[in-house]
Design a protein around this ligand. Structure first.
Ligand code: HMG
Length: 390
C-alpha cells in the first residue's frame, strides 16, 4: 500500500521586510543577503498572528475542501510553542471544527519535528488505512536584532495531509536518520529569541546529512543520480545549495552550476522570499517545487533532507503521483505571496519589540491583515482566537 502526502497547503504572514531595508539599517552590503546567504525577504508575523493562526490558516483550505473529515490524528510540529502544557494543535482542532474522535499532540525537535510527524503519521495510516493524519508545521523564526541570524528570520506554516493512496507523493519506506547531542542552536525557556553558533550549525547540518545519506544509500542502493529533484531543510537558500554540493563531492557525483539549478532552484523560490520557518522549511521547499515546476513531475523521485538543530537529520524520499497538479493550492500560494505588504525598518522593529505580553494581564490586540483566523487577545491568562471565516 502506498502512503504519503495527499494534500499540502502553505501559509505565511501578510507582512515582510525586504533585506535591502535591513542591509541599510545594519550598514551591510545588500549582496551579503541577496547573494551570500541567498535571501531577499523575510516574512514577519503581525502582533495578531501566532503559530496557531498561521497553522489554522494553512489548514483551512483542506477543511474547505472537505479533506479533514477522516482525520483522526493531528500532529502539531513547532519550536515556537505558546504553552508549556496544552498543545497548540488543540486550538487549531477547535478553529477548524474537527471531529472530537481525534488524537492531538505537539511535537518538538527544532526544525526536524514535522518529519518525525510524517513518519509517525505513516505508521498510523498503515494501521488505519481508511483514516488520515494531519501534520502541521508552524513556526516563527526569531533571532536577536543585529545578530548574524537576523536576516534569516521568517515565519510560516505548512499543513500536510497523510493518507493511503496519496494524491501528491508516495513516501518511500527506507530512510537514513542521525541523532547527536550538540549545541548548535537552542532556545532556553526564558528567551523568545534563539541562541545559535552559526558557522558550527552549518557544519553540523552537513555532517548529519552525510551520515543520513550513507544509511539511506546502503538501504536502497540508490545514488544521487537516481533523483529528479531534491528538497532540503532551508534555513537560508545558500545552505541548501552548499549542502547539495558537499554531498555530491562526498559521493563523487559531478554536478555543474546548471544541473544544480535544475535540481534545486524551484524548491528554493518560496523560502528566498519568506525566510526560515523552522519545522515547515523543507515542506515549504516541496510546496515551492510542486507549484513552480513546469515539467510534469509525475513518477519522479524527490530526495528529502530534514534537519533540526540539537540535532536530528533524516534523508528520505518520495515519488510524485500522477495527477498531482489537480490537488495543489498553487494559485492561493502565489496570490498570498504576491499581495503582501512591505514593512519599513521602523515598523519591523516595533513589531519585533511588541512581542506577546507576559505580565498576566488582559489584552485586546489591534486587527492587522491576517488569514482566516487571528489572535485577538488574552483574557484571564487564556489566548483568544477569532475566526474571520464567513
Ligand atoms: P554571517 O557569519 O554574518 O555571514 O552569517 P558570513 O560573513 O559568513 O557571510 C555569509 C556569506 O555571504 C559568506 O559566503 C560570505 O562570503 C558572503 P560563504 O563564505 O558562506 O560562501 N558575503 C557576500 N556575498 C556577496 N556579496 C557580499 C558579501 N558579503 C558576504 N557583499 C550565518 C551567516 C549562517 C552564521 C548566520 O546567517 C546565522 O547565524 N544563521 C542562523 C543559523 C543558521 O541558519 N544555521 C543553518 C544550519 S542549522 C539549521 O538549519 C537549523 C535551524 O533552522 C534551526 C532549527 O533547527 O530549529 C537554524
Amino acid at each position: 500500500m502506498k502512503i504519503g502526502i495527499d494534500r499540502l497547503s502553505f501559509y505565511t504572514s501578510h507582512y515582510y521586510v525586504d533585506l535591502k531595508t535591513l542591509a541599510t539599517a545594519r550598514s551591510v552590503d545588500t549582496d551579503k543577503y541577496y547573494v551570500g546567504i541567498g535571501q531577499e525577504k523575510m516574512a514577519i508575523p503581525s502582533p495578531d498572528e501566532d503559530v496557531v493562526t498561521l497553522a489554522a490558516s494553512a489548514a483551512y483550505p483542506l477543511m474547505a475542501a472537505g479533506d479533514l473529515e477522516d482525520v483522526e490524528l493531528l500532529l502539531f510540529a513547532t519550536e515556537s510553542g505558546i504553552d508549556q502544557s496544552k498543545s497548540a494543535g488543540i486550538y487549531v482542532h477547535g478553529l477548524l471544527e474537527m471531529s472530537s474522535r481525534c488524537r492531538c499532540v505537539e511535537l518538538k525537535q527544532a526544525c526536524y519535528s514535522a518529519t518525525a510527524g510524517i513518519q509517525l503519521a505513516i505508521g498510523f495510516v498503515a494501521r488505519n488505512p481508511t483514516k488520515k493524519a494531519l501534520v502541521i508545521a508552524s513556526d516563527v523564526a526569531r533571532y536577536e536584532l543585529g545578530s548574524p541570524g537576523e536576516a534569516t528570520q521568517g515565519c510560516g506554516s505548512v499543513a500536510i495531509l497523510v493518507s493511503a493512496n496519496p494524491r501528491i507523493m508516495a513516501i518511500d519506506p527506507e530512510c537514513g536518520y542521525y541523532t547527536e547531542d550538540v549545541m548548535d542552536f537552542w532556545r532556553p525557556n526564558y528567551r523568545s529569541e534563539a541562541l545559535v553558533d552559526g558557522k558550527y550549525s552549518t557544519m553540523v547540518y552537513i555532517h548529519a546529512l552525510v551520515e543520513s545519506w550513507k544509511q539511506y544509500a546502503e538501504l536502497t542502493g540508490r545514488s544521487l543520480t537516481d533523483f529528479d529533484r531534491f528538497c532540503y531543510h532551508i534555513p537560508f537558500t545558500k545552505m541548501a545549495e552548499k549542502a547539495h554540493q558537499k554531498l555530491c563531492r562526498k559521493t563523487k557525483v559531478d554536478v555543474d552550476a546548471e544541473q544544480m539549478r535544475a535540481l534545486l532552484d524551484e524548491s528554493l523560490r518560496y523560502s528566498r522570499i519568506t525566510g526560515n520557518c523552522y519545522a515547515g522549511s523543507m515542506y515549504v521547499g516541496l510546496t515551492s517545487l510542486l507549484d513552480s515546476c513546469e515539467e510534469d513531475l509525475a513518477g519522479k523521485r524527490v530526495g528529502l533532507y530534514s534537519y533540526g538543530s540539537g540535532c536530528v537529520g533524516e534523508f528520505f524520499s518520495g515519488v510524485i503521483q500522477p495527477g498531482y497538479r489537480s490537488v495543489l493550492f498553487s494559485d492561493q500560494h502565489r496570490n498570498l505571496l504576491e499581495n503582501r505588504t512591505e514593512l519599513t525598518y521602523q515598523q519591523y522593529e516595533d513589531i519585533f519589540n511588541y512581542g506577546v505580553p507576559t505580565d498576566g494581564g488582559d489584552y485586546v490586540f489591534p486587527q492587522y491583515k491576517t488569514g482566516a483566523f487571528r489572535f485577538s487577545g488574552i483574557s484571564q491568562h487564556k489566548r483568544e482566537y477569532e475566526s474571520l471565516v464567513e
